[in-house]
Write a protein that binds this ligand. Structure first.
Ligand code: HEM
Length: 425
């Protein structure tokens, strides 16, 4: 059966992707379907920054909504730079200084940093933490099982990724809660529940950065079996000699890691559970043959959720994307959510199909040098969390509407009630 393509009563000229009010419309999927069909590359004013965050409003951006155009831009890092920022708005220089992580950089600096941090994310390193992921997932279910109900996001989905990153980096447990609060402040920009002022935002980022600095210094002096130590002692060679990570680079990377690895994985797990509740046939299919279905199920959950809605690039020269001329210096925004529903790339894209093959989604990015560093880790976390949930709480389901994060960047769910009756050992 083919799921219908969503629609909107708005005309294409009325669609304004920079308007955060429009962003909250129930027919958002319809807006993107219309753009893909009628104006796949379109120009928009930038969102007006919330009054309490006095960022300047920029000159506007090109929105890419088709899969092929997103692929073209992501895989051409010479023409489309990640610097100065992968967010639509330009970050004020006083923040960019410490937020200047590799995600906003281009070759050759990005290449050098990526070579170093890759050492912490090799298949061997990830396999090593598999046990820790499994243990965490078990502990989470042990903790909630007797209660019969809880907030799925806070107590299940969010608890796992943060703990794993903290374990990998070698962070003591008592610090986790504070780190969790700080990442919420940074990613909740635009949602009044989380951020109230630019000072608060800067304060949260600075605190995370400082935490990373202290961690780096400590591991230089006291090596341990964690990826902070691996990264601080790794060396890479290029024509200019040997490089090691500085403590400040580790600080920025740490900030990136807790932000990039946390909310994204939590969002994927939350949307996954929501859709499994809505689609009992898919849930049964997975539960009945967990190992066999898992590889495709995990990819479909990431495609379906598309936790990161967009990343921006900046054109370095005049060029053409999807038939549209783009001038040097203009902002180009890749809407992964739309690419992942593009009828030209996916068969029946609005169908949640845990056995979907092929499924070359762009949830972890569309290829190129910045492809998600944590993709394999995230895949394992999603798989092991659902393995534990479907096995131990076989009738767990979402029992209320999700409370969505007000953001055009993260497709987040803030809270969502769930309940179960049966607990298996
Ligand atoms: C379902 C979960 C996740 C999603 C959907 C996701 C998505 C993304 C996306 C879209 C990008 C940009 C790719 C590009 O520009 O080509 C990215 C980059 C990145 N991700 Fe993830 N991510 C997830 C989990 C994680 C985890 C668990 C970690 C680490 C623990 C992580 C670390 C990073 C880092 C460090 C980058 C920047 C890489 C670079 O600039 O070279 N991510 N991620």
């Amino acid at each position: 059966m083919t799921e219908p393509i969503p629609t909107t009563p708005l005309a294409v000229d009325e669609i304004r992707l920079g308007d955060l009010e429009q962003w909250l419309r129930p027919d958002r999927e319809g807006l993107f379907a219309k753009l893909r069909a009628e104006r796949p590359v379109s120009f928009h004013d930038e969102p007006v920054p919330p009054p309490e965050i006095s960022f300047p409003q920029g000159p506007g951006f090109w929105a890419l909504t088709r899969y092929a155009d997103v692929m073209q831009v992501s895989r051409d890092p010479d023409t489309f730079h990640s610097a100065p920022s992968i967010n639509i708005g330009d970050i004020p220089p006083e923040i960019a200084e410490w937020l200047g992580s590799m995600i906003n950089m281009d070759a050759p600096k990005h290449t050098k940093l990526r070579l170093i941090v890759n050492r912490g994310f090799t298949p061997r390193q990830i396999a090593k933490i598999e046990e820790s992921v499994r243990r965490q997932a078990t502990e989470i279910v042990d903790r909630i099982a007797p209660t019969g109900e809880c907030d799925f996001v806070a107590e299940i989905a969010a608890a796992l990724p943060l703990q794993i990153i903290c374990d990998m980096m070698g962070i003591p447990r008592e610090d986790n809660k504070r780190l969790f609060e700080l990442t919420n402040v940074i990613l909740g920009v635009g949602d009044p529940e989380y951020v109230s002022s630019l000072e608060e935002l800067m304060g949260a980022g600075m605190e995370l950065f400082q935490y990373g600095l202290a961690l780096a210094d400590d591991r230089l002096r006291n090596p341990r079996d964690d990826i902070t130590t691996t990264m601080m002692h790794a060396e890479v060679e290029d024509e200019n000699g040997t490089h090691k990570l500085t403590a400040s680079e580790l600080g920025s990377f740490f900030l990136l890691l807790v932000v990039a690895g946390n909310e994204t994985t939590r969002t994927a797990i939350s949307h996954g559970m929501l859709e499994l509740t809505r689609r009992p046939d898919q849930r049964k299919l997975w539960a009945d043959d967990f190992e066999q279905v898992s590889p495709t199920a995990v990819e479909e959950i990431v495609r379906w959720a598309t936790p990161v809605i967009h990343f921006r690039r900046t054109a370095t020269r005049d060029t053409i994307v999807g038939g549209q001329e783009i001038k040097a210096g203009e902002k180009v925004v890749m809407f992964y959510n739309s690419a992942n529903r593009d009828e030209r790339a996916f068969d029946d894209p609005y169908r949640f199909d845990l056995t979907r093959t092929p499924n070359e989604h762009v949830g972890f990015g569309a290829g190129g040098p910045h492809f998600c560093l944590g993709a394999n880790l995230a895949r394992r976390e999603i798989k092991l969390m659902f393995e534990e949930l479907l096995r131990r709480l076989p009738d767990i389901e979402i029992t209320g509407e999700p409370d969505m994060l007000q953001s055009n960047f993260i497709h987040g769910i803030k809270r969502m009630p769930c309940a179960w009756h049966t607990v298996a050992s």
